[in-house]
Write a protein that binds this ligand. Sequence first.
Ligand SMILES: C[S@@+](CC[C@H](N)C(=O)[O-])C[C@H]1O[C@@H](n2cnc3c(N)ncnc32)[C@H](O)[C@@H]1O
Length: 223
Amino acid sequence: MNNITSLEKRESVKKDYDIIADEYSEEFGRLYEDIEVVNEFMAKLKPNSKILDLGGGTGKLTDLFIQKGHQAICYDFSKEMMRKSQEYYPNLPYILDDMLNMEQHFESNTFDGIIAFYSLFHIPREDLNGVFASINNLLKDDGIFCFVVQLGNGEQFIDEPYLKEQGKGVLYFNFFTKDLIKQMLTNNSFETLFETEKTEVGENELGEDGNNKVFVIARKKTK
Ligand SMILES: C[S@@+](CC[C@H](N)C(=O)[O-])C[C@H]1O[C@@H](n2cnc3c(N)ncnc32)[C@H](O)[C@@H]1O
């Protein structure tokens, strides 16, 4: 994929979520998937924590965190996903921007917790280390970072059923290896607290061999 810039990859993801926002949100926009991992993340946070929900989509997790007494903000770059958020969860705090720009919106050491649920696999490989570094910078010392990514081999444009319905078939993914996960965490001073894998097979899953996901909860190491 050397002929496409990282900006072009991210712009294509943004456009694609604008296209599929209605259908995607209808199915997943209020569904609490993998809630046991989200609960594990919350269990590691103090009451009234400040939480950033990166690539938060409709903001369902932001809303959940607020219901649980935390201060949370949703951050996503698709204006159509933000429109769905306003429909489902009116008045939810929301920043509409690319997560590569997150440090323009917040000061260092702002958050107790940052979660990136099903969003880091749309970050181009060349931008990944910078995103992990920004997350580390925005977290307070001992802050908690939770994310889920899909295992596989590198960057691919793959079939996305909702896009197909709209006459455009493929969406950009950056699949992770376990080594890449480890490298990103180590390079950016995170210590892993919890890691679990899940394989799901079904017609809605990505890839013929099913969908291997890794959930990670890590802590920012104190300098
Ligand atoms: C699969 S959805 C996940 C939404 C939500 N976190 C959830 O678990 O349902 C991926 C979301 O990440 C957002 N996203 C992808 N790349 C992004 C980027 N570079 N900056 C901000 N948001 C991004 C998309 O717009 C989309 O809303």
